[in-house]
Design a protein around this ligand. Sequence first.
Ligand code: IPM
Ligand code: MN
Length: 331
Amino acid sequence: MAHRIAVIGGDGIGPEVTQQALKVVRATGVDISTTDFDLGGARYLRDGEILSDEVLQQLRGFDAILLGAVGTPEVAPGVIERGLLLKMRFELDLYINQRPFIGTAPGHVTPHDFVVIRENTEGPYVGEGGVLRKGTQHEVATQGSVNTRMGVERCVRYAFELAQSRERKHLTLVHKTNVLTFAGDLWQRAFNAVATEFPSVATAYNHVDAACIYFVQDPHRYDVIVTDNLFGDILTDLGGAVSGGIGLASSANLNPARTGPSMFEPVHGSAPDIVGTGKANPIAAILSAALMLDFLGEHSAADQVRAACSQPTSGSTTEIANTITARISGK
Ligand code: IPM
Ligand code: MN
């Protein structure tokens, strides 16, 4: 039976790269049926729809969601991001954001291979807080960070399971326990407790600022990294930068309990400055589609896509995707 994929091209370069990613998926021969959802900034400006409960309900019926990018300069920051992307992450309980980085960092010869597991439903992303006396000299803004034992533990456990399945079996917790003493302590204790279930996994801890140095200077120390939502957001842009650029960085927003569809999207944003120029690198979207194939159980197709992406390519958005497609179909 065909895998049913909900496609949200979204804003900016999102639709271009998503279209190319789907072309590559089809070249593998995996049977998919796609349904387009017109959502994002342009749709919002047209009729005010961001993500209604009805559309969300429809999305629940799919096997996976493939997303391009959301956010547009014509709409205030956060409206589309929060109303569409974060709403899906929260409502579909996509509590793992898995971002693999395989590449050669500047100044290094040997490629590194590490994965960041970013908690995806808590932290400062929950939108806890508010503003008082807005626009006056006395205004106050607060933004809380929510860390639940359940949320942290399920994320950490997923990271341990992943580390256990990999050759190096090494997991690093990244946080800022020396300053964020309340949340940091909960993370560290949850990490230590879950670690006892995984005696074969070696563990380490880095403060997030130090992790930034190691990402650049010594990425080989990492195998799997687990961290909170905001640190993970920032670290994975850096991960992209030290692994050949953000145009290659893929991600999977996973509901490992499979109580609904998972969502796959490139780490990069909508890049409105290069829309329609053919300059967008489709590889991040293509590798995100490979993560989707993996999650759908189509491992050999996913491997085929990754292999086709691992050799050099150049040209426009379409040319790069065509080269990759040709490698897969053996033309
Ligand atoms: C990401 C993006 C999102 C995030 C934005 C668009 C809300 O930067 O997926 O990394 O901060 O999570
Ligand atoms: Mn980000």
